[in-house]
Design a protein around this ligand. Structure first.
Ligand SMILES: Cc1cc2nc3c(=O)[nH]c(=O)nc-3n(C[C@H](O)[C@H](O)[C@H](O)COP(=O)(O)OP(=O)(O)OC[C@H]3O[C@@H](n4cnc5c(N)ncnc54)[C@H](O)[C@@H]3O)c2cc1C
Length: 312
């Protein structure tokens, strides 16, 4: 069976790996320059900064079994067991940044980046998935793992029905600031993460303390309310407001370089009650963090569950 997976984020890659292990012929398309989606890591000079997901936790046995293999392969490491105080639960991070997890999963798979899927059509035997170079890729089954509004537009174009209630799932936005510093004299103390430290930020991460950056570099994420209010301003203005808001956390350190970052579909505000959705014919499924939980673990479990459903 040939399956086309749209999206090389955690959900799509976990699904693709599982389908490939079951000897199906899998192609993954992603519109991004690299793999990972919201597992995103950027280099600025000698600094390495995660600018999407910052860390992850593990609750289920199924996810734990995968994380164990990532630990053994050196792809992830335990960062800490709590930020403000220790609660005993490990917080894991990608050892070369979060995108390193996606790169690891993509090994051995047919993953095509810079490939925007812009339409989908049913055929007599399955689907044609049409990429932005105009090529129609025939397959038996399709798995869509983009944020739901993006999957919806593909399905709508292909006249494929999606449940009405699913269309109302919206996502919180996140505005972020990446800041490379000249020293460690900032106010983000060990172990290097602060959750909801003030009225603007939901998280501040010290990429050096996390163990991924050779030089001092902080990631700031504004909370959903602040991000929503300021999202449509000019990027320069967002940048300047974030720099002002970050000032109290910089201490005596100076910013050498900084960049703003916008995430339109950061975190689903509500989630679908099932770990995936599959159409009545059993040939097209939807997965991602809007299904099994709005975090990395949910995205991974959703991809795995959708892959099983497509092969049943
Ligand atoms: C700022 C931020 C902070 C976060 N912090 C945490 C955290 O600390 N811990 C945690 O567990 N989770 C966190 N998350 C959430 C976590 O990143 C996500 O739950 C998870 O990465 C989602 O994976 P996914 O595969 O479902 O979706 P995505 O990663 O969004 O993957 C979908 C992919 O589909 C691709 N795509 C979309 N449309 C098309 C198309 N038409 N053609 C081709 N490709 C397409 C996209 O390029 C993307 O790569 C955070 C997210 C953000 C944005």
């Amino acid at each position: 069976m040939r399956v086309i997976v749209v999206g090389a984020g955690l959900s799509g890659l976990m699904a693709a790996q599982s389908l490939s292990d079951d000897r199906h012929d899998v192609i993954v398309f992603d519109k991004g320059r690299g793999v990972g989606g919201r597992l995103a890591t950027r280099r600025i000079g000698d600094a390495t900064l995660d600018h999407g997901a910052q860390f992850f936790t593990v609750r289920s046995e199924e996810f734990a079994s995968h994380v164990t293999t990532w630990l053994e392969a050196g792809v992830v490491h335990e960062w800490c067991r709590g930020f403000d105080s220790e609660d005993g639960h490990p917080r894991y991070a990608g050892s070369k940044g979060m995108s390193g997890i996606a790169k690891h999963l993509a090994q051995g798979l047919d993953v095509r980046t810079n490939a925007l899927v812009f339409s989908l059509e049913r055929t007599a035997t399955g689907y044609n998935v049409i990429t932005d170079d105009g090529v129609a890729h025939a397959c038996d089954k399709v798995l869509l793992t983009a944020p739901i509004p993006q999957s919806f537009s593909l399905m709508f174009g292909g006249a494929i029905e999606m449940p009405d209630e699913m269309r109302t799932i919206d996502y919180d936005r996140t505005l972020g600031l990446l800041a490379v510093l000249d020293s460690a004299n900032h106010n983000v103390k060990s172990p290097g993460g602060m959750q909801n430290p003030d009225d603007v930020f939901s998280f501040i991460g010290d990429n050096s303390a996390k163990g991924i950056s050779a030089t001092h570099a902080l990631t700031f994420h504004a909370n959903p309310e602040w991000s929503r209010t300021h999202f449509d301003l000019e990027l320069d203005e967002i940048h300047s407001l974030l720099l002002t808001a970050a000032r109290p956390w910089l201490g005596d350190a100076q910013i050498l370089e900084s960049q703003p970052k916008k995430w339109r579909f950061a975190t689903p505000r509500t989630t679908w009650p099932e770990p995936f959705w599959i159409d009545p014919s059993g040939t097209l499924a939807l997965a991602g963090d809007a299904f099994a939980g709005p975090k990395m673990e949910g995205a991974a479990l959703s991809g795995l569950a959708a892959a099983r459903a497509l092969t049943n």
